[in-house]
Write a protein that binds this ligand. Sequence first.
Ligand code: GEK
Length: 243
Amino acid sequence: MTQPSDTLFSDPLRAPGPFRFDRDVVEVFPDMIRRSVPGYETVIAMTGLLAGRFARSDSCIFDLGCSLGASTLSMHRHIDASDCKIVAVDNSAAMIERCRRLLSDVGDNPSIELRGADVRDVVFTPASVVVLNYTLQFVPLEERPELLKRIADALLPGGILVLSEKVLFPDPTLNQLNIDLHHDFKRAHGYSDLEIAGKRDSLENVLIPESLDTHRARLQEVGFKSCDVWFQCFNFASLIALK
Ligand code: GEK
């Protein structure tokens, strides 16, 4: 099936408002994220492998900010452990509705529960794998430590958090270079300068990136024993944190 392409920021007469995961975004989401996030497909595929290795029987797997269920599906493919449940959470009603349709014919081993909820309100049950693929960046800065602490507390010993984010660099030259390279990536995938600028303005104060040092320090503070980057492409990185 061909995916509708993302032209949401191509109208020069439409001033972009703050970015929202509404029906228009859901319509083009697979195309948008593939052409906007360098390394997205690799991160999704490897999330499945990581979950296959770390999922434990009788535990939950949380996919926080699941969008259309790409990470959930990838994990579902790789998890053999018995009596696992994947809990996929998103606070966009339009995303959850579409995700429910996309996952409707997926088998129930492991089972999948879709929840329309804010990740900050999730009551965690004992978990062996928690995934935050490009979601923490949308949570207000001051609420990130508490969410990560609750995730660390919910993880069973030996459990894993996969955390993928847009990041910034303390060195201003490297920071600008990575931003420019990201824009080159988007141009190479067919976005115009107008579309790139429109999306950037729309995400201002909505997507708030932090540095890898900030992520690592906070993950240790909230109780993870070991953490580091396993994948990076320009200003998009993915970390694993072990309980
Ligand atoms: C993927 N992980 O395909 N509570 C719940 N959901 C939220 C919240 C929140 N507070 N804030 C944002 N979201 C997915 C991609 S997209 C990343 C994740 C992107 C949801 C939001 O509705 C959206 O579906 C998702 O997090 C972020 O691997 O578009 O850059």
